[in-house]
Write a protein that binds this ligand. Structure first.
Ligand code: PMP
Length: 750
């Protein structure tokens, strides 16, 4: 990521050897070193001592070389904990010697002792300790240089972050997409308040090629090349280092947060500095790609430039996908500007939260932001969310947020007033369903929806009994626990109540599964309804065998019962092929219940039924639901329908789902731990098998989920043996996300 073009003519190694001998009395073997502006040579003398011989460009002012030499001597005498190259004077006692180039122009040469170390750019992965030692090293340099003054530092340098507009002029050389990535960064730069930032002379270029570590790559030992020293905002050095540290990191902000926190520990950052550092780091990247575009226009064959430039663009792409303001939030927390710790949060939960509420993962996550298909924890780590089927169109989708928030600012009240949001929503919602399902009740959760569905069925049939599928879960109320084998047969459950009949899970390929429903219907004279998810979630992502619902519904209807499709988990396009999962079974239910994804996280649920059922329920008793159908909920629900349509998310579920299903199936060939792979659209799952050498299948699945979390991928388990890993991500899940999931799974199973 360099910009200046090397000035001709170049000195040969013979020229360098001759000059070193003549002016410094050094007889050495010479090798060229790469560099942006200077010409540098590595020299060895007979006793093995190593030196760097630097020939400064003809246009470099003598006073700038003096600035670098004085700064090196100053830093060597300060408490930085780092090594600095010793400046070796010439035979006549000068640190800088003017020479003539082969073509007769004046140059300046200098000689330094070599500093041993490994280039940070070559070390991957980088342990937190290494990143922390970079942060503390930079902080010590800043502390030392705050006492260093030199008139030449007050220069206009094109790399100085204060002069971003000098780089921005090259923006027209970029493609439209590239411009979209850098424009917002230059816009954020425009908003910086430079007066609020402390200033001093800075190193100016702590990029990963200038930083040396010890032989093990465990700690930073030196920061070379003071060629970009300049008087500017002190925090720019930290920002420049962050720009390069983030390159190629899977989790750039988390890596950067280690550097920021360690810096802050040694030399406290001010709040304005913390709030500026991310914009400054991004500005360095933006300047770098602009200068690279300019240089590429003159030197298109420069490979080094193209490679590092590609890494910068990849990082800019990645950073552009982050939620706005989030990196700064992370840095603020890394510096312990106010915010509770995970321990504080766990303690308050233990003291005050009902103990039957669970928390995910052995090491609980403290999630502070959500954006699209990702969640972000308080340390800055990003997680690919493969389980949240509530944030259906993506976490914090701006259209949903805006719709709900702006309605919230206008009016929120109940359905006893006329409101266009309510009318528009019930029209739009029923338009997605078969014509017979034309009457809507809006509620606040999936449980409320199913609870009401049971009441409708009882009102219609004047009976009390239900047929349910084994392992089903339909909600948290008394009546729903009674029809949820997942709960009444699970820990703390009281077993099956007499009015409920449980039929076996209809496994794929089982052509007789519906006969159990017919049998249950025949054996009772009290069946009000058969309630069934259109694909079974708690049972372990089971797709119903073809014709199952058709046969089951006709058996239930034959004895006067009604058919309820619980679409709480499966609805709104997740099936990919259809908007509603029941459509894949070619049936029309009498009652459909909706929840989870319907409001993208806003508490909303719905029951949709036929006019006949709704009319028998209207027996004089009002159905009132304080929150159900309020204008804010309806605004959120409408925005979800809009986004699903405008972003083609059902089609994405179909295509990405098929791609992912195939990729998981391919994994089974290499990993004997994977059993059956199931699902459709973005409603997928696979079994983890019992490994005789290890623990139970359920424990093994839990291990896989925990290890995947450590790799930044969130999954969960379900099924009778808790050994089915479920995949039901926000519908914006992409092929790249699927690849990451597969790659991580592959390495965990390995
Ligand atoms: N039905 C099904 C199939 C569910 O999965 C759930 C929730 N997991 C519910 C109903 C209940 O929804 P809620 O938690 O919103 O009350």
């Amino acid at each position: 990521m360099t910009a200046a073009v090397q000035k001709a003519p170049r000195f040969t190694t013979d020229d360098a050897a001759r000059l070193a001998a003549e002016y410094f009395g050094l007889l050495a073997t010479v090798e060229p070193l790469p560099s942006e502006r200077d010409q540098n040579f590595l020299m060895y003398n007979d006793s093995g001592a190593r030196f760097v011989f630097k020939i400064a460009n003809a246009d470099e002012a003598l006073e700038v070389l003096d600035l670098q030499n004085k700064a090196l001597k100053f830093l060597a005498g300060a408490q930085t904990g780092l090594q600095w190259p010793l400046v070796i004077p010439s035979r006549s006692g000068n640190d800088v010697v003017p020479v003539a180039s082969p073509d007769g122009t004046a140059y300046f040469v200098r000689l330094f002792r070599w500093v041993d170390g490994v280039c940070l750019a070559t070390i991957k992965p980088r342990a937190p300790e290494l990143l922390e030692s970079l942060g503390s090293g930079l902080a010590r340099i800043a502390a030392a240089l705050s006492h260093f003054v030199h008139p030449a530092a007050r220069r206009t340098l094109y790399w100085d972050l204060r002069h971003a507009p000098m780089a921005r002029v090259h923006i027209e050389l970029l493609s439209a997409h590239q411009r979209e990535l850098v424009e917002p960064i230059f816009a954020a730069w425009n908003e910086l308040d430079w007066g609020a930032l402390r200033s001093s002379t800075i190193h100016g270029d702590p990029n990963d090629y200038n930083i040396l570590t010890d032989a093990n790559g465990s700690r930073v030992v030196s920061v070379l090349d003071l060629g970009d020293m300049v008087h500017t905002a002190t925090v720019c050095d930290l920002a420049i280092a962050l720009a390069y540290i983030m390159l190629g990191e899977r989790d750039p902000i988390a890596a950067a947060a280690h550097v920021v926190a360690a810096y802050h520990d040694i030399r406290a950052l001010t709040l304005p500095e913390v709030e500026a550092v991310y914009t400054l780091a991004a500005t360095r990247l933006a300047m770098s790609v602009c200068y690279a575009a300019c240089q590429a226009a003159c030197a298109p064959d420069n490979d080094y430039l193209n490679i590092s430039n590609a890494a910068a663009w990849a990082l800019l792409d990645k950073l552009s996908a982050l939620p706005a303001g989030w990196p700064t939030d992370v840095f603020r927390r890394a510096c312990a500007f106010p915010g509770p710790t995970s321990t504080d949060l766990l303690r308050s939960r233990r003291l005050h939260l009902g103990p039957s509420l669970s928390i995910a993962y052995q090491q609980p996550l403290h999630i502070i932001r959500g954006w699209k298909q990702c969640l972000y924890d308080s340390s800055g780590r990003a997680y690919l969310d493969c389980v949240n089927n509530v944030s259906h169109v993506g976490h914090c989708h701006p259209r949903v947020v805006h719709a709900a928030a702006s309605q919230m600012a206008l009016l929120n009240t109940n359905t006893r007033y006329l409101h266009e949001n309510l009318s528009e929503y019930i029209e739009r919602l029923t338009a997605t369903l078969p014509a017979s399902l034309s009457v809507v009740y809006l509620v606040s959760s999936g449980s409320e929806a199913n609870e009401l569905a049971l009441r409708l069925a009882r009102a219609r049939t004047r009976r009390d009994g239900f047929i349910v599928v084994d392992m089903a879960y339909h909600g948290n109320t008394n009546a729903l626990i009674d029809i949820s084998p997942y709960k009444f047969n699970g820990p703390g459950g009281r077993g099956k109540p007499p009015h409920v009949q449980v039929v076996p899970i209809p496994w794929p390929g089982d052509t007789t599964a519906a006969t159990y429903v017919a049998k249950a219907a025949r054996e009772s004279d009290n069946i009000a309804a058969f309630i069934c998810e259109s694909a079974l979630s708690c049972a372990g992502q089971v797709i119903l065998p073809p014709g199952y619902l058709k046969e089951a519904y006709s058996a239930v209807r034959a004895v006067g019962g009604v058919c309820i499709a619980d679409e709480v988990q499966t609805g709104f396009g997740r099936a990919g092929s259809h908007f509603w999962m029941f459509e894949t079974q070619r049936v029309i239910p009498d009652i459909v219940t909706l929840g989870k994804p319907i409001g993208n996280g806003h508490p909303l649920g719905a029951v949709i039924t036929t006019p006949e059922i709704a009319n028998t329920f209207a027996n004089g008793m009002e159905y009132f639901n304080t929150f159900g159908g309020n204008p804010v909920s309806c605004a959120a629900g409408l925005a979800v329908l809009d986004v699903l349509r405008d972003e083609g998310l059902q089609e994405n579920a179909r295509d990405t789902g098929a791609y992912l299903l195939e990729a998981i199936t391919a994994l089974t060939e290499r990993h004997s731990l994977i059993g059956e792979v199931r699902g459709q659209g973005l409603f997928l799952g696979f079994e983890v098998l019992h490994n005789p050498k290890m623990r139970s299948a359920g424990d093994t699945a839990a291990d896989v989920v925990n290890r995947m979390k450590d790799l930044g991928v969130l999954l969960s388990t379900d099924g009778a043996y808790h050994n089915v890993i479920k995949i039901k991500p926000p519908m914006v899940f992409s092929r790249a996300d699927a690849d990451l999931l597969i790659e991580s799974l592959d390495s965990v199973l390995e």
